[in-house]
Design a binder for this molecule. Structure first.
Ligand code: ADP
Ligand code: MG
Length: 481
């Protein structure tokens, strides 16, 4: 097979210019006339280090294969120019996307961040850091669904033990403070850039947006804590992630592992291939538990499966597949709701008979109880033992309120209360001396944790039940419907 040359392509319009390259749309001659993007760099005007960067980019793109990383198809030299042939991203870059929409709703921001995080997780598994993450380097494809792809690996680096050897790289607006202040840094600079990108998605501008380079340098050096613009609302999880990424001191910044595990991203349930399999396995277990009459377990399993199914459903582009999946998901939701009612009925039955029914008493103590745990015997015992400890008593009350909301299908408030209650109980159990109360408390914490997880599953179903017209943000529809 002969090597590719420029003559194999018809070069079309310019689609972008970066710091040292121009990018054109192009069509491959003959065959299936595939549309590609060709990045062209005039190597005669480049310094040795710039050529090195380009060669790094070529070598990296050759081995990196991931849905959220722009893929390289070919590269060649032609009359002093270097050409990189890439998959064409028909949605432009994230910078223009944000400009068009002014700012993005949290749901859309989460979706992009999930995809960026998946790419970064893959890069880390190949010991690569990008070093120039910014909206202009994040490309978008529209089909089959809007997908983000990390591009421009010109500044990327293989991680090494002596990471501080890095030279200054990247764009000042997205550059971590330690690069400018200490000239010594490591892969964690990528996390700072993710924070700036997230900020720009949410509020339409970078946190240190400035009219001059001097003003920008001044703002970064002052280490002024970053604030949410006045009048803008973000959810607590979203704010927590944003603020943890935008920590000036890299030692205080969120670690990569904590970033990948962060609640706002919910990466564990992202619509990726391996999660489809998990969802199916969970549904099979749910059906089994259901047929065996283990209603409590079946309820939790359906809810857990729904957490995987809902993102898949919102992400499905094929009309027919989506319709089919929606029908199945609705069936699971209905079953989960029915099981929840059955759990509640069984717990009120437990309550009314528990005084003198040994069998039910035994069921209570083995944990086969209904949704309203607060009516169970061990819980009542815990309540009595906690009466004199004000913090514990009010945390338990909060949990009861959460359960009540769960029974009433008010999942937002149920989750809020259960989380608040667990937030109080977990530190308390660490201080609790061994004994009956600790044992009961531990049992109750496990129960409420499971309930909080199931509530998340039920909460996710709101995205399916809410009609598009009810969406608070019209922009969501481009992604969610
Ligand atoms: P540089 O290394 O000079 O910054 P980039 O690789 O970032 O060059 O490309 C410059 C711009 O060209 C990007 O910001 C983007 O708008 C556009 N672009 C780059 N690659 C593609 C692609 N594969 N598909 C569509 N547009 C692209
Ligand atoms: Mg670029």
């Amino acid at each position: 097979m002969s090597l590719p040359t420029l003559n194999d392509y018809v070069i079309l319009e310019k689609i972008g210019t970066g710091s040292y390259a121009t990018v054109h749309r192009a069509v491959k001659k003959g065959g299936n006339r595939e549309v590609v993007a060709i990045k062209c760099v005039d190597s005669t005007t480049l310094s040795k280090s710039a050529i090195d960067n380009l060669l790094t980019e070529i070598n990296l793109l050759k081995i990196l294969k991931h849905e959220n990383i722009v893929s390289m198809k070919d590269f060649f030299w032609h009359e002093g120019r270097i050409y990189i042939v890439m998959e064409y991203c028909d949605g432009g870059d994230l910078s223009s996307f944000i400009k068009r929409k002014s700012q993005l709703p949290e749901t859309v921001c989460r979706k992009f961040l999930q995809q960026l995080a998946l790419a970064l997780r893959y890069l880390r598994s190949h010991n690569v850091c990008h070093m120039d993450l910014k909206p202009q380097n994040l490309l978008l494809t529209r089909k089959p669904v809007l997908t983000l792809k990390v591009g421009d690996f010109g500044f990327a680096q293989y991680l090494s033990t002596s990471e501080s050897k890095f030279a200054i790289r990247g764009s000042p607006l997205y550059m971590a403070p330690e690069i400018l202040l200490r000239h010594e840094y490591d892969a964690r600079v990528d996390l700072w850039s993710v924070g700036v990108i997230m900020y720009e998605c949410l509020f339409g501008k970078a946190p240190y947006s400035s009219s001059s380079l001097e003003e920008l340098a001044e703002k970064i050096k002052s280490c002024k804590p970053i604030e949410i613009p006045k009048g803008c609302y973000v959810s607590p999880e979203c704010k927590n992630l944003l603020m943890s990424l935008l920590k000036h001191d890299p030692n205080e910044r969120l670690s990569f592992d904590d970033f990948f595990a962060h609640e706002f991203l919910d990466l564990a349930y992202a619509p990726i291939e391996e999660n489809n399999e998990k969802a199916i396995t969970l549904i099979q277990s749910a059906v089994k538990a259901d047929t065996e009459g283990n209603i409590q377990e079946a309820f939790h399993l359906y809810c857990e499966a729904l957490r995987y199914f809902i993102p898949q459903l919102t992400n499905e582009a094929d009309h027919n597949k989506k319709k089919h999946l929606r029908m199945r998901v609705n069936e699971y939701i209905n079953r989960a709701e029915k099981l929840k009612l059955m759990c509640m009925e069984s717990s009120s039955l437990t309550e009314s008979n528990s005084q003198n029914n040994d069998k039910l008493r035994q069921l209570c103590s083995t944990g086969r109880r209904g949704i309203l745990q607060s009516t169970s015997l061990p819980y009542q015992e815990l309540r009595i033992l906690s009466k004199s400890t004000t913090d514990m008593a009010s945390a338990l009350e909060m949990g009861e309120v959460g359960e009540q909301y769960l029974a009433e299908r008010n999942y937002d408030l149920a989750l809020e209360k259960l989380k608040a209650c667990l937030g109080m109980l977990v530190p308390l159990i660490n201080k609790e001396p061994p004994g009956r109360r600790r044992e009961l408390l531990n049992q109750q914490i496990q129960i409420w944790m499971k309930q909080a997880e199931s509530t998340k599953g039920l909460l996710a179903t709101k995205a399916v039940n809410d009609s598009p017209r009810e969406s608070k943000h019209p922009q969501d529809q481009c992604l969610l419907q």
